[in-house]
Structure formats: C-alpha cells, structure tokens
Design a protein around this ligand. Structure first.
Ligand code: SF4
Length: 351
C-alpha cells in the first residue's frame, strides 16, 4: 500500500471505511488521530521500532504500519528485518508467533493484550487426553493457536497450506490418527481439498472463531442476492464453509464464483481476477485493505456483523502509549518457544 499523507486520512477513511465503521471518522476524531499518528511516527523512529498490523486492524493502524498482512506473513516479514523492536498490532497469539520466530533478536510489544475465541476454544485437558489415547497420533495445529499448543504439535499450518500439511502428515505417518485443531470449519474444508485416502483417520477438534462462525449460509445467500455479479472470496474458517464447499464441488450457481482463500490469497486473487466486484467473506478490516490496494475494484463486506472485538481492542492511542511506556512486552518461556519453533520450522519446510 502506498503511504497515505495524514492530511488525506479524513477523506480516505470516509471513502473506504465509512460504511464499515459508521460514525467513527468524524472530522474531530480524525484530526485527533492524525495528531496521535505524528507522535507515534516520531517515537517509532526514535526507538527504531517496526510497526506491523494485521489485516483486521482499524484503518489508522493499517496506515501507520510499515507492513500489513496475516499473522504468518507478518512474522516472516519481521524475521527478515534488523530492527531491535517490533510493535505488533494484532491479537496475543500473533505476537507470540512473531516472538517465537524472532527469538532474542528483537523485543516485541503490543498495544493491548487481546485474546481470541478460536484460541480459547482449545481445552488443554481434552487435547492431552487425545494424545494419551493415541500415543502415535499426529497433531496438526493451525497457526492461530497459542505458543503452548504449538509446542505440543507435530505440525503447524496456515489457512493457505492446511490441505498440503494434512497430505504431508498423512503420507509421512501412514495409518496413524491425525488430530486437526482447533478450527473445525477450516479442518473440514482442508480435508475436502486434500488427497487423503482415508479421511476417517482425521479427528477434527470442534473449535471455531466466533466472528467467522457467524458468517453462515444465510449471509452468503443474501450477499449473492444483493451483488449477483460479484465473486465471493470466502475464508475457510467461516461457519458456512462446509455448505459452501459442497455447492462449489457440485458447481451450483452462483457458487462457481466462490473461492476459498486465506486473507493473503484474497489480495492475490482479486488483483489477478477479471472480475470487478467482490464479496469479502471475512473480518471487516480486510475490506479496507482490499479497497486501498485496488481502488478500481469494488469490495463489499459479506455481513456488517463480521467484526472481531478482540482485534479492535488495539487503537492508535494504545499504540502511542505502548511506545511511550514499553508496557506490554511479549515473552515466552524458552522451552515452549523452542518446541513451538520446531513445529513452525517443519511447516515452513513443507512449503
Ligand atoms: S477473527 Fe478474532 S476471534 Fe476470530 S480467529 Fe481472528 S482474532 Fe481470533
């Protein structure tokens, strides 16, 4: 994204995010935001900090960041940098992943300490019970998990490569049971996309993200009715995923225009597609990123309810406070970090 001059924030936010966050970007509030942004930039420069923001962050955080992306993309980005400090605008497990990858090379700070319903859906006792029941079993965890879960996982996957990791794990461990966690919707789509010969060997943990679970069949049908010409970009964590995948496989209209994509995949697909109009089936913040990146195309949020209140706990004001006070530093117990890194490395070696 081209850096946006502070004087253009009011107009740009209202044009690209006025419908996403109605009433938020008044002249007065946007003027306060730009004052805060100036101080954030000064302090980040003085402290040699890299500010990075997840796709689901508010527009002002996406604009102040040097890089915007998904959790793994951001971790890969910061891993290549030499800055001694990172201010990570996302939820806590993302800060943990960045810290795991960067180790002692940089300190990682966050504006707040937001949780995540998907991570909270993991019950440690149940997970350990499965491992005891299947001592040879293979655990595949989505990157959207806490460091402690990553540390007891054999593989980590993202929404981009989940089917590929499933295939690899099944071939490398013939006949063994596999537990895919925590997202049941992503797990079910990934099994459909994989080449696994015996899907009955895969146990799906029944966790979900409350934001994506709300994006159900009705929301899709209504969006297609409103925008019949649009392509649907759908995140595999969505509650409608299995229904949508079945329709896609049957080639039912209008589902031949539906594409299962990670958030980075949505950017690449929309940029290459001949279509001009898209329905975005994920959290609202992604719509802002797509609109800013491709101003000549039209992006509609699938539902006004697709807002993650955890992601939105981060604000520009809190980011300034974090830079001033160094309050919330991400730390991980070294043995947990070492084991989590092993699982992440195994995933990276598959790609
Ligand atoms: S949208 Fe929010 S609740 Fe859902 S996985 Fe992302 S951070 Fe967690």
């Amino acid at each position: 994204m081209q850096p946006l001059a502070l004087k253009d924030w009011y107009e740009t936010f209202n044009r690209n995010a006025g419908d996403l966050y109605p009433g938020r970007y008044t002249r007065e509030y946007t003027s306060r935001l730009t004052d805060t942004a100036r101080r954030v930039r000064e302090l980040a420069q003085r402290k040699r900090s890299l500010i990075v923001a997840h796709n689901y962050q508010f527009p002002e955080l996406q604009e102040i960041a040097v890089e915007v992306g998904d959790s793994l993309g951001l971790s890969r980005y910061v891993a290549k940098q030499t800055a001694p400090r990172v201010d990570f605008c996302g939820v806590w497990f993302m800060g943990e992943t960045a810290k795991t990858i960067m180790g002692e090379r940089a300190k990682v700070y966050m504006p707040d300490k937001p949780g995540c319903s998907l991570v909270d859906s993991i019950d440690r006792a149940r997970l350990m019970h499965w491992k005891e029941s299947f001592p040879d079993g293979v655990v595949i965890s989505y990157v959207n998990t806490d460091a402690a879960t990553k540390a007891i996982s054999d593989y980590i996957c993202t929404s981009r490569n989940a089917a590929q990791v499933l295939d690899h794990a099944a071939k490398a461990n013939p006949g063994k049971r596999i537990l895919f966690l925590p997202d049941k919707f992503l797990g079910s789509v990934s099994i459909s996309q994989s080449e696994i010969v015996d899907p009955s060997l895969v146990d799906l943990y029944d966790g979900f993200c409350h934001v994506h679970a709300k994006i159900g069949e009705t929301a899709l049908e209504e969006a297609f009715d409103r925008y019949p010409e649009a392509e649907l970009l759908i995140h595999p964590e969505c509650g409608c995923a299995s229904h949508c995948m079945a329709r896609v496989m049957q080639g039912n209209s209008p589902y031949q225009k539906a594409f299962f994509l990670s958030t980075e995949g949505m950017v690449h697909h929309a940029a290459r597609s001949g279509a001009r109009e898209f329905i975005v089936g994920t959290e609202m913040g992604m719509v802002y990123r797509l609109r800013r990146r491709m101003p000549d195309k039209v992006f509609h949020p699938v539902s006004p309810e697709a807002v993650c209140e955890y992601m939105k706990m981060n604000t520009l004001e809190k980011l300034l406070d974090s830079l001033e006070q160094d309050r919330i530093e991400v730390t991980i117990e070294p043995e947990t970090a070492r084991k989590a890194q092993l699982a992440i490395d195994r995933m990276l070696s598959i790609q």
